[in-house]
Design a protein around this ligand. Structure first.
Ligand code: DCP
Ligand code: MG
Length: 450
């Protein structure tokens, strides 16, 4: 029961609404020019979220407030591996592993579904993966290429709603509550997006449609690869209850084990447990966890999230205490993140190191620069300083090292046009040259000496 939006220019919607495509799906008629909260002239309806404004400034569609949310989660299948199969057609249908060097401490980034049948999965040491699946083809990570495909899929999402929250290169949440007035039901939008992704990138995506983020993400994962799952208020409990608690977003290995040791294995059991019992196991998060077990989640899709941070991390096959090795891993991560910053035309002010010990204890150490930068050398000098400070005070063997930046701003923000620092200009030219070499010959083609 959705009252029609009574806004000025509504008639324009009728003329602008596209004719259905051959498959019966409505295709996007225009770009979203604005994201506004608008009030209808009649004052009877207040619009929220997504509003389509055509070039003359007329609101042509909107959505009435307080309507239950409609969220879509899209996650590409075996993303890095599928892109490699696309670029090397002879690898289609074959076991492909994308990851680090098996002779070193490389780990698997992605495995094609053909390789997964042999037990290969992300984060597994590459050497072990090759033992599980000796006939697999091993390829190095080509981040720039995946970022390119990621941009293409994001452009598709943005044709259907401006409320897109990218979670990683291959995954995003879309709030389509208000888009329904334009493009059909959430299911139709989900199917149209899946189809457009396939047609434009030749890759498959798994799509989940649900009333909130938690359920949408769960739904996209339920029937992978090439999945399409709709979770509704009516069927959510039936779907959730038999699933293991580990399927809850945010329930990691440690929490899952703790719950299991108290006999809570499924989401149904979690839902049925008393709040007191749960609080004794997981502490403060108990109420939140039970809400998720009931399929409730109020988190909003945050379209600006993509700009909040960028990071890279690596888990080691065996813990590493040697500072020289840790620093060389860190340098690679700084180079990768700095290059991504430059690709996104961003710069960052805060540098954070993530350090996880063998017992999973995780600490972060940060430093904030006087001004935002995307210069590798500057980020590296800061990361190195933060690392040495940590190493001198505590140190210890690590199972994971990560490097991240936050406090992001656009490249142009606060740019000094008149008084350029010649030293900085030199470093920027160096970065540009390195980026060009890496773009052309891959990330391994050139590395800094540290
Ligand atoms: N990735 C990584 N290291 C990990 C996990 C993922 O480098 N430990 C990268 C490679 C993946 C991409 O991120 O291709 C997306 O991660 P997903 O978890 O979505 O995994 P996939 O897309 O590979 O597979 P699927 O989504 O089909 O399960
Ligand atoms: Mg994926």
């Amino acid at each position: 029961m959705r009252p029609g939006p009574e806004v000025q220019g509504r008639d324009a919607l009728a003329t602008e609404k596209p004719s259905p495509s051959p498959a019966g799906l409505t295709m996007p008629p225009a770009t979203f020019l604005s994201y506004t909260v608008a009030r209808a002239p009649s004052d009877r309806a207040v619009f929220t979220g997504c509003v389509l404004v055509e070039s003359r400034g007329n609101v042509v569609a909107g959505e009435v407030m307080n309507k239950a949310r409609e969220i879509i989660h899209v996650d590409m299948d075996a993303f890095y591996a599928s892109v490699e199969q696309l670029d090397h057609p002879e690898l289609k249908g074959k076991a492909v592993i994308v990851g680090g060097d098996p002779r070193g401490r490389g780990v698997v980034s992605a495995a094609s579904y053909e390789a997964r049948k042999f037990g290969v999965h992300s984060a597994m040491p590459t050497a072990q993966a090759i033992r599980c699946c000796p006939h697999a083809v091993l390829l190095p990570v080509r981040m720039e290429r995946y970022a390119e495909v990621s941009h293409a899929i994001r452009a598709i999402f943005e044709q259907y709603t401006p409320l897109v929250e990218p979670i990683s290169l291959d995954e995003a949440f879309l709030d389509v509550t208000a888009s329904i007035a334009l493009f059909g039901t959430a299911e139709q939008i989900g199917r149209a997006i899946k189809k457009a992704v396939l047609e434009q990138t030749h890759l498959t995506a798994s799509v989940g449609v649900a009333p909130n983020k938690f359920l949408a993400k769960l739904a996209s994962d339920l029937n992978k690869p090439d999945g399409f799952v709709i979770v509704t208020e009516q069927n959510k409990q039936q779907i959730l209850d038999p699933l293991p608690v580990g399927k809850i977003w945010g329930v990691g290995e440690v929490t899952e084990k703790a719950l299991q040791s108290h006999g809570i294995r499924t989401i149904g059991q979690l839902r049925a447990s008393s709040l007191e019992e749960l609080a004794a196991i997981v502490g403060n998060g108990a109420g939140e966890l039970q809400k998720l077990a009931r399929g409730e989640d109020d988190r909003e899709v945050e379209p600006d999230r993509q700009c909040k941070s960028l990071s890279s991390e690596q888990t080691f096959a065996t813990d590493i205490g040697d500072a020289t090795i840790l620093l060389s891993v860190l340098l690679g991560q700084v180079e990768e993140v700095a290059q991504r910053l430059r690709q996104e035309k961003l710069k960052a002010r805060t540098v954070t190191l993530k350090l996880r010990y063998g017992d999973f204890r995780t600490v972060t150490r940060s430093d904030t620069l006087r001004e935002a930068t995307s210069v590798t050398q500057t980020l590296w000098a800061t990361a190195e300083r933060v690392f040495h400070r940590w190493h001198a005070r505590s140190g210890g063997p690590l199972r994971l090292v990560g490097f991240g930046v936050s406090g992001l701003a656009s490249e142009q923000a606060g740019q000094q046009l008149l008084f350029r620092d010649p030293e900085k200009e030199k470093l920027k030219r160096l970065d540009k040259a390195v980026d060009e070499i890496r773009d052309r010959y891959g990330n391994r083609a050139v590395h800094r000496g540290g």
